[in-house]
Every structure is written in C-alpha cells, then in structure tokens.
Design a binder for this molecule. Sequence first.
Ligand code: ADP
Length: 727
Amino acid sequence: MPQKRILLLLLLFLNCFANSAIVAQSNCNSDPKTAKLVKQALLYFRESNFEKSLILSRASLNEATIQKDNCLIARSYNIIAANYNAVSEFDKSIFFYEKSLGYANKTTNDSLKANIYNNLGNMHCFDRGEFDIGIRYYKKAIAYCLKTNNLKEVFFTNVNIAWAYFDVKNYDEGYLFLKYVNSNRKYGDESTEVIVDMLNGIYLAHKGRNDEANTYFLSAIESGKKCDEKTDLSNVYSEYATFLDKIGKHKEAYQALKNYNEISAEIYNEGKLKKASSAGISLELDEYKREIDKIENEKVVQSQSLKKSRIIVILFILISLILLFLIVTLVKNIRYKKKHNLELLKAKEIAEEASLLKTQFISTISHELRTPLYGVVGITNMLLEEHKEISKSQHLSSLKFSARYLLSLVNDILQINKIEENKIVLENFTFNILDEITVIKNSLSFLSQKNNNKISVDVDPEIPEYLIGDKLRLAQILMNLVSNALKFTKDGEVEIKVDLVNVEGKLNYLNFMIKDNGVGIAAVDQSKIFEKFVQVGRKEEDYQGTGLGLSIVKRLLGLFGSTITLDSDLGKGTSFSFVIAFEHDLAKTKSIIDEIEVDLTPNEVYKILVVEDNLINQLVTKKIIEKNNYVCKVVDDGFGALKILENEVFDLILMDINMPLMNGFETTKRIRLLGVETPIVALTAFDKDEITDEAISSGMNDIIIKPFEPVKLFKIINFLINEKNAV
Ligand code: ADP
C-alpha cells in the first residue's frame, strides 16, 4: 500500500507542481534564487532523494519566510509534506500540507490551492482511511482547477478519485470518474498512462472481463518499464499480482509480486529513509524555532499593544475624570442657576407684587382723597357763590386754596404714576395752537393777577392753522410751565412763544419757549428741579406747588420724543424751551373735525337722576346740576335707583361707582335688564383707565371723574341725550 500512496502523490505533485510553477511566476512575484531552491527540492523528491529534497525545501522555506513570500512558503511546505508522505510519516505530512494550504490561501494562486487540496485528498483517502473527507478535498481541488480552467489537473484529480473509489471497492462510482479519464487521456502523461491502464485493469477484473483486464495490466507494465520513475510500475505489479492470484494463475502471480518487491526495495532502501528522517529532524527544529519566534513576535506585539492599551486606559481614565469634573461643575452650575433663577424669580415676583401694591395703593388713596375733596371744593364754591358776604374771608380763601392744592397733588401723583407705568399713550386731536394757548392764558389769569404779571403770547404766523397731535398733554406741559413762571415772578412778564423751526413732509417742528423775568434758578439747582418732589427755596407758609410739576413735564415731553432745555439766571429770570413735531395733514384734519362732537346748547330742561351714597357729594352734584336749570333727583343707592326708575323717566343718570350694597356697575346692569335705555354716566373718583372696561360692559355710556369741570359734565350730558334722541 505505501507504494500506491507515493505513486499517487508523485503523479499529482509532478504535474500539478509543473502548472503551479507557471502560475507562481506570474502571481507570486518570487525571488528567483528561492524559486530555484524550491525547484531543486522538487527534483530531488522526484528522484526519491528525500534527504536532499528535505534539506533544500528547508532552505527554501527559511528564505521564503524571511522574504515573507507566502507563495514560496506554501510550495516549500508542500514539498516537505510530500517527503514526509514518502517516508510514511503521515501525521507530519498532513500537518505540513495544512500549513502549506494556510499560506496558499493567503495568495491568489488557485492552481497551488488545487494542488494542495488534491494532495490532502490523497492523504485522507489512502492513508487515513477518511474517504469522505478525502473526496471533499478532491472536489475543492476540482473547483479550483475549473476556476483556473486547468483541465489537465481536472484529469489528474479524476484519476485519483476513481482510484480512491476502487480502493474502497466502490467500483461503479469509481467507474464514472474512470470513464471521464478514458475519454480525456490526451491530458495525461507517460506516468498517468501506467495508472490509467492499471485502473482499467482493476475495473475489468472486477467485472470478470479477465482477458481485457489482463491486456490493460500488461500495457500498464510496458509503459511503466519505459518510465524512469518506477513507483508506478511497482503499483501495477502489486495490482497485477492480486488479479492473477484471483484468477488462479498463482505462478504468474508470484512472479508479479517478486517484481513488485524488487522495485519497492530499490526505491525505498533503508538508508534513504534514515537520512530523510535526520533531515526531517533539523526541519522540525526549524519549525519549533519558527513557532518560538512567532510566539516571541506575538509577545512583542502583545506587549506593545499592552503598552498602547495601558496608555489608552490611562487616557480614558483621565478623560473620564475630566468629564466627571465637568459634569459635576455643570450640575452644580445648573443647580446654582436654578437656585439663583428661583431667587431672581422670587425677587421679580416680589417686585411685581410691590409695584402692583403701589399702583393699587395710589389708586385707592387717590379715590379716597378725591371723594372728600370733591365735597370740599364744591362746598367752598357754593359758600363763595351763595354767601357773597363771606367771599372776602381769608379763611375761606385758604380753605379753597388748600383744597385745590390737595386736589392737584393727588392728580399729579396719579399722573406721574401712570407715566412711570407706561399707561399713557398719546392721542390725536386736531387743534389750533393759538386757541389752545389762549385758553391756557385765560385759565391762569387768576394766578397772573395775583402776582401782578403780564402774559404775552407770540405764535409764529407760519404755523399751519390746524395741527394734529395730543393737545391735552401739550396743554398740561404748558400749564405747568406757565403757572411756574407766574408763581416765581412778581410784577413781571411771562412770555409764551411758539416758532415754526422746521418742516419735514407733514411734520411741523414747533419750538415752545416759556420765559419769565422772575426769581430765576441757581445753577446748582438747575439739574435737581426735574426730580420728583424737589422744590427750591420753598417757604413754609405758602403752597406754591407739589414739586411734581417739572417731573411731569419732563416725562410727558419724553412721550413726545422731546427734551426740555432750561436757561436761567438767578434774579434775572428763567426760560424753558422744547421742540415738538405736530402733523399737518388737511385730509386727516377734515376727518377728525367731522368726528368732533357737536355741542348742542340745550334749550330744554333735562331731568337727571343722581345715584350717590355720599351726602356731601349728593349736595355738590345736585347744586351743580340745578345751577344749570336742570331737574335733579338724588337716590342713596342702587336699589333706590331701580325703584325710582319703575315709575319715573329721566333723561340721564349720573351713577357713582363705589356704593355699599350694590355698586354702580351692578346697578347699571340691572337697570339695563329692566329695559331702561336712559344714558348712564359714571361719576366717580376712580381713575378713568381703571374702570373703562367694566363700565362699558355693564352698559354705561361714559365716565366723568370727580372733581370735574361743570362745563365738561354738561357737554357730556347734552351729547348723550341728543345722541339718544336722534336714534
Ligand atoms: P412746584 O410744584 O413746586 O412748582 P415743580 O416741579 O414745577 O414743582 O418745580 C420745581 C422747582 O423748580 C420749584 O419749586 C421752583 O423752585 C423751581 N422752578 C420751577 N419753575 C421756575 C421758574 N419759572 N422760576 C423759578 N423757579 C422755578
């Protein structure tokens, strides 16, 4: 049996290697010196000089390993494996074939791979008795052969497979491959001629076609004798001997066996095997060394990677620590900010609450002060009118002045509070600047007479007749400045001068100057006087003002986008000036004029119902209304109003808001529910802005703030009554 294996291996090895050598030249790009060593090792192997073959293949393996030439490494291992196979060291042989395959798989040399798979197929089928594994290897070999279109190798592998099947006595299966081999003999060589004839002989012998079998065996012997390599011949003699013995030709069988033994002994003499095994030992040492080197290398790589991974670990820890630190800081920051934000929010809430409280406080105080002041001012007026004999009384004058002072203080505080809370929005009215200033001049005539001052008005004729803007705020500014000028000037002159300084499109820039030749303001005080409650040189005994006038002026001018300029010399006089731009637009003016309420002077006697709980205020309001020759009826509360309205019809109702039991809003709602459509005007000490929404929603028609100018009250009364009658 060993002969068979060697023959098979040799057959394939020779042929396959011849092919792979060609491929190797193109694919392996190998060093020619090393390639030559491999070739030489192969030649020695073919000559059965296993010792020399092993020595050379060892040398080629070392060179190829240094050159990292996977192709030559695989080829060297292949020859080494073949040598071990030849000396019947099957385990080692398979070990080196597998090594060879490992390196071949790192290359693209498919012929080489086919070759090794073939050899492994041989090893498993013939030496290990692992037929199935061997066939699998053969099939892989065929696949690689077909991939490279190497039909010669396909042929050789088929020879092997057929032989392998015959070896396990599966003649029918093996014949399928032998059939392929017989019809493709052109791919064979002189060595395969021998084997193929022998296989045909074996198959025909099995089929009992002994004559034909005998012819094939004899042909195989003839061919084998012609070959230099005698391994094939020895195999044929062995099979022929078996055949002859089987057919009873014992004498011929004996002769064939004798021939077989002679040839075998010639090929595998003891010396060759011994030498081969000593060469193999050095090779094994090399292999161990290589393994050790590999392990050492791996160790170095491992220690390097360990070092690297140590550095990575250290870096990782460092980065983690930094990240941790950052996260902790971040969390702390967030917490701090949250806390801080909460504190800020709290502070903001407190501030807003405080501001709301302040507003509520101011509005309540204003309301509470205005209500009695309405009475005080009203009754003082009544006394002065009805009792002319005491009109000269100093006390009464003082009372009137004090009441007026208090009233202006309350109004000023309310005004400044509204400006500070941005509650004032400028409105548009059409006005004539000269008319407005004349009204101001007239209303301050009392003050001018008091200090014996003259007021002169000088309005630039270039200023258009009608301007558009918030004339009420302008009047407030001028009233404050002119009354100050009159207050701080004695026996002098106060000049109100308005000049057109610039025109930009529809905008007319007017420069206002209020100039007096009074006491003047010291330079040190000039910046202070615009602060709230600042009064300079105030004497305890007089009530010149509240110290809020200029603050209001400054803030109102701010709403116009303007600033005030002060020019004053102590003892010589003072002048305040500012510029405001008013619009001049004829089309707009016309529409605004059209919207102006027509003041229809009443010829009729209207019947007014006053709903008021405060007795003094009842008295004052009733007096004012009756003075205008209207009929006035007063009820104390809302229920009184509802009751009287069941039986009587009124032209207008003046409704107080703040009343016990039922307030003005509720009373109005109920009146409206009764179907009474009489105009209702709120008469209240509340600030108008505070109650407008509720007043309108409850069904009221307008609002008048106490204390009021009687003229204004009648204007509203007449307008509303006329409007209702017109419907
Ligand atoms: P008051 O209500 O006291 O007039 P203002 O804010 O209007 O408050 O004025 C503040 C102070 O500026 C006054 O007390 C006064 O001393 C000074 N002042 C204002 N206008 C004049 C002026 N035309 N002549 C002299 N002093 C003035």
